[in-house]
Design a protein around this ligand. Structure first.
Ligand code: PLP
Length: 386
């Protein structure tokens, strides 16, 4: 038995995060993108030591935390991406970065390319900042979702100013390859687009190859790109609220920084300790978690293939999220509602990821194998009564 197989549901339900507390106790949650695993021991130790010191005074200036330099070292080591730490800004979270980038690097009414189905805050950010979403759906290919480049190019008009990229892509689980990213980069340069690239899942690639940031494709695309990353997704500390924005040119950074630091929010000193521990001593934990997630990913794909031949699913190349096309099952109404009611399993509602997500659900498989099996069995039994 793997030690990650043992998770205590009573303990999980005591957590303050949304995942285990929004639904009643008879519901198993497989929705919001947190993992159920315990955090890495070095992070726990760093946080405990800080609590012990009553170490909650005003934080240092961002650069003096050492984290921008550590971020630069991390992306060089993990992705072979060489950047200048001076071009890095610490944020509260990646979604804040999406909103601020749209606010500061485009104008109201500008067109923003969004590849649906998409992590819902992309759609909210465009709408709430008064931008115009230019929806470019991914299309189901033989074994993965694909970018329809012809349609993408055709959708770009004179008012399109931004390419909002999600790479790796949530919820499809695609990790776009060099050829795809190169074509996207060419498109952005040709049409003079700013690229806002949410790469929060970069460290959750499941197939062994390193992540490729779009800003690493070439200097021309880098100069127009804001890359958003964090330690929070891979190290499971989203509640500590810290993310990183890298600007490929000083001009982009200067425009972004017109929003004063006090409006962007202060730096959480617990997050400083946790992120430092994650990036200096957390890799053995992450390697183990990724290997375990890969097993869960394959298990879900195998289960779906064996028991639900009419459900379309491509095993994700990255993330711990399975995007399931339930449209051929003939379920009454939304599959999310169906499984919540009949299986007591809380999945993410596909429709929230854009209209082309209607009839889909997203299943979070970052849990122990026994809990994952219970989720899948409950869903199977619910479908059996149809
Ligand atoms: C693509 C993507 N971006 C951003 C986030 C949220 O990041 P943060 O908590 O840093 O805003 C998530 C969380 O699931 C995500 O999947």
């Amino acid at each position: 038995m793997h030690h990650l197989d043992t998770l205590d549901q009573t303990r999980l339900r005591q957590r303050h995060g949304q995942k285990w507390s929004v639904y009643p106790p008879d519901v198993l949650p497989a929705w919001v993108a947190d993992m159920d695993f315990e955090i890495a021991a070095p992070i726990r130790a760093a946080l405990a030591a800080q609590v012990e010191r009553s170490d909650f005074g005003y934080p240092y200036h961002q650069q003096r935390t050492g984290l921008p330099a550590l971020f630069a070292a991390r992306v060089a080591e993990r992705f072979g991406w060489t950047i200048d730490a001076e071009q890095v800004v610490i944020l509260s979270d990646v979604v804040q970065g999406l909103y601020l980038a749209l606010e500061t690097l485009s104008e109201r009414g500008d067109g923003v390319i969004i590849q649906t189905p998409i992590y819902p805050p992309f759609l909210h950010a465009a709408e709430e900042t008064g931008r115009r979403a230019v929806l470019c759906p991914l299309v189901a290919g033989a074994s993965r979702y694909e970018i329809d480049f012809d349609q993408l190019a055709a959708n770009i008009d004179a008012g399109t100013r931004v390419l909002m990229l999600c790479s790796p892509h949530n919820p499809s689980g695609r990790a776009f390859d060099r050829a795809e990213l190169t074509r996207l980069a060419e498109l952005a340069c040709r049409h003079d687009l700013v690229v806002v690239s949410d790469e929060i899942h970069a460290e959750l690639k499941l197939n062994g190859e390193p992540h490729l940031p779009i800003a690493a494709i070439d200097a021309e695309v880098a100069a127009r790109t804001v890359t958003l990353m964090s330690a929070s997704k891979a190290f499971n500390i989203a509640g500590l609220c810290m993310a990183f924005a890298h600007f490929g040119s000083p001009a982009l950074k200067a425009r972004f920084e017109r929003v004063p630091p006090h409006v962007r929010g202060g730096t959480n000193t617990l997050a400083v300790s946790a992120v430092h521990a994650a990036w200096t001593a957390g890799q053995p934990w992450l390697d183990e978690v990724i290997a375990y997630l890969r097993g869960n990913r394959d298990h879900v794909a195998e289960f779906v293939g064996r028991h639900w031949p009419r459900v379309r699913h491509f095993a994700p190349e990255a993330t711990y999220l399975a995007w399931l096309d339930m449209r051929d099952l003939g379920l009454p109404g939304s599959p999310q509602q169906f499984f919540l009611e009949h299986a007591k399993v809380a999945l993410s509602e596909g429709r929230a990821f854009g209209e082309d997500g209607t009839g889909f659900v997203r299943l979070n498989f970052a849990t122990s194998r026994p809990i994952l099996d219970e989720i899948l069995q409950r869903m199977r039994e619910a479908l059996a009564i149809l």
